[in-house]
Design a protein around this ligand. Structure first.
Ligand SMILES: Cc1ncc(COP(=O)(O)O)c(C=O)c1O
Length: 403
């Protein structure tokens, strides 16, 4: 691993739920951009887009300001508009449903599988109507959905297939990378993601759709500022469609391109932490560790456990509070189901019982490369101590359980 410029959290202090790992290479690349005189979308963003094309084998890629921007552009570029329905999970972040509402379309939430927490091709097929225009899958936590089956389903019904791969920058399943099977895929480089650039996103996929998204993402202008730079008249452009402004700046791209190049290294460390957690926590009553299906390389954005309040000594919210108050360990929850949130609450939805149960039980433990082995042991010992103490066993808090 390259030298970290951001120190790891102190071994004995609070363990945050997430923290980026920024090295000297990232800092040097950002300084290079600052000194170059070119700050907006230019050579660094172009390098990042090339790296995405090469990694995923997709026809084209566009570096934008966020995954939310990429989703909005994906829907607009695909022609999704008023009256269209798009099938999507509710157990997700609000970004895709919000962008659908902004495009005038209706998100149709379908329930998830209780093991993978993905929507399934069967559930999606049951929700198809004559108004359905697209399916937007989400690779929960970094574990890819069954993309070969979704591709077949979308083709059979003449639907667009969009991957919200915010969690799956470095993931594969059945020989496909996340982003490879879809018409368009979106990725997040938000501060807590597997490659972190503070804010940032990527849109990848079919060249005709990415071309349209690129126009829409730079005001509809037919050439970029970088392409016009150095020409006699930089105002020599045409506006082809009424677009928005979503291009990634080169300052962000400088950070992103280095982080993107470290995905294999970052994911390997996340996978090692995940393996240590599963090894130590599987078998605790009422606590289900994540399942990795055969043929899958998990991206490990999340290490998501499910806590069954009827079988575990503590429920999810009690676990969250005890980890924080007794052990200074922060956790997170993914997600509040979107159908229960403001703009969606009063809409009519299909029943989503698995989504609601999972949302009440799910807990994300800290799992990121800036964690040391001591942090990992502290998390393991804290969870085991909570379970064993509550269950009446007498163990010394902090006793090493990982061997
Ligand atoms: C599944 C999912 N999609 C989209 C997003 C939005 O990403 P961004 O913050 O880059 O817009 C997130 C953010 O966490 C997410 O979890």
């Amino acid at each position: 691993m390259t030298q970290a410029a951001t120190p790891a959290p102190a071994a004995a202090g609070p363990i945050p739920w997430n923290r980026p790992l920024i090295g000297e290479a990232e800092i040097a690349e950002v300084i290079d951009t600052l000194k170059s005189g070119w700050l907006t979308h230019g050579p660094k963003a172009t390098r990042l887009e090339q790296a995405v094309r090469e990694r995923l084998g997709v026809e084209d890629a566009f570096a934008v300001t966020s995954c939310t921007a990429a989703l909005h552009l994906a829907f607009l570029a695909s022609g999704i508009s008023a009256g269209d329905e798009v099938i999507t999970p509710s157990l997700t972040f609000c970004a895709a449903p919000n962008a659908l509402l902004q495009a005038g379309a209706r998100p149709v939430f379908v329930d998830v599988d209780p093991v993978t927490l993905h929507i399934t091709p069967q559930a999606a097929e049951a929700a198809i109507t004559p108004r359905t225009k697209a399916i937007t899958v989400m690779h929960y936590g970094g574990h890819m959905c069954a993309m070969r089956a979704f591709r077949e389903l979308a083709d059979r019904h003449g639907l667009l297939l969009i991957e919200d791969a915010a969690h799956a920058l470095h993931a594969s399943r059945d020989g496909l990378h996340a982003g490879e099977a879809a018409d368009l895929a979106t990725f997040s480089l938000y501060a807590n993601k597997v490659a972190a650039a503070g804010e940032g996103g990527l849109l990848a996929g079919r060249s005709d759709l990415v071309h349209q998204a690129r126009l829409l993402g730079r005001h509809g202008i037919d050439s970029s500022a970088w392409q016009r730079h150095g020409k006699h008249n930089t105002a020599d452009y045409e506006v082809t469609v009424p677009g928005l402004k979503y291009v990634m700046s080169d300052l962000t791209a400088a950070l992103a391109v280095v982080q993107y190049g470290r995905l294999a290294e970052f994911t390997a460390r996340r996978a090692a932490i995940a393996a240590a957690y599963t090894n130590a926590l599987a078998g605790l009553p009422g606590l289900t560790t994540p399942t990795v299906l055969p043929g899958t390389e998990h991206g490990w954005f999340l290490y998501a456990v499910l806590i069954d309040p009827h079988a575990a000594p503590l429920d999810r919210d009690q676990t969250t509070a005890a980890l924080l108050e007794r052990h200074q360990i922060s956790t997170s929850v993914h997600f509040k189901p979107v159908h229960s949130l403001g703009p969606y609450r009063n809409m009519i939805h299909r029943p989503l019982p698995v989504t609601e149960t999972a949302a009440a039980r799910q807990l994300s433990l800290p799992c990121y490369p800036a964690m040391t082995d001591e942090h990992v042991d502290r998390v393991i010992n804290a969870v085991r101590d909570l379970w064993l103490c509550q269950a009446g066993a007498h163990r010394t808090p902090g006793e090493n359980t990982t061997g």
